[in-house]
Design a protein around this ligand. Structure first.
Ligand code: SF4
Ligand code: F3S
Ligand code: ZN
Length: 103
């Protein structure tokens, strides 16, 4: 499962489409965590898609991640600022790849 303390335990190494990327990143095998308020551990995501389908405000967009060992698509929190903290994505992800900091 994603480490809910990732922002203490990891370094921010990059940004992607306006959100933070938390390392380590070593493409294509290690992609790190994308997002901060809505954080998706790309190294855990298996592209199940439940988060993309169920988010009521369309926070997630698919991104291609060719040659990643778990899946070649990831749910990217491209619109994390629109999150309304409903926690649906956290509940439906079968591999617990998502952390939402509802504060
Ligand atoms: Fe979308 Fe709700 Fe998840 Fe926020 S908590 S990203 S609104 S499903
Ligand atoms: Fe990935 Fe979980 Fe969404 S596996 S696509 S983060 S439901
Ligand atoms: Zn991203």
């Amino acid at each position: 499962a994603i480490d809910p303390q990732f922002d203490d335990n990891r370094e921010q190494v990059d940004t992607h489409k306006g959100h933070d990327v938390w390392g380590p990143v070593d493409e294509p095998e290690k992609l790190g965590i994308h997002g901060t308020h809505v954080a998706v551990d790309f190294d855990i995501c298996i592209a199940d898609g439940a988060c993309v389908e169920d988010c009521p405000v369309d926070v997630f967009e698919w991104v291609d991640t060719p040659d990643h060992p778990e899946s070649e698509l990831k749910a990217d929190p491209a619109n994390e600022s629109q999150c309304i903290d409903c926690m649906l994505c956290v509940d439906v992800c079968p591999v617990d790849a998502i952390d939402v900091d509802a504060g």
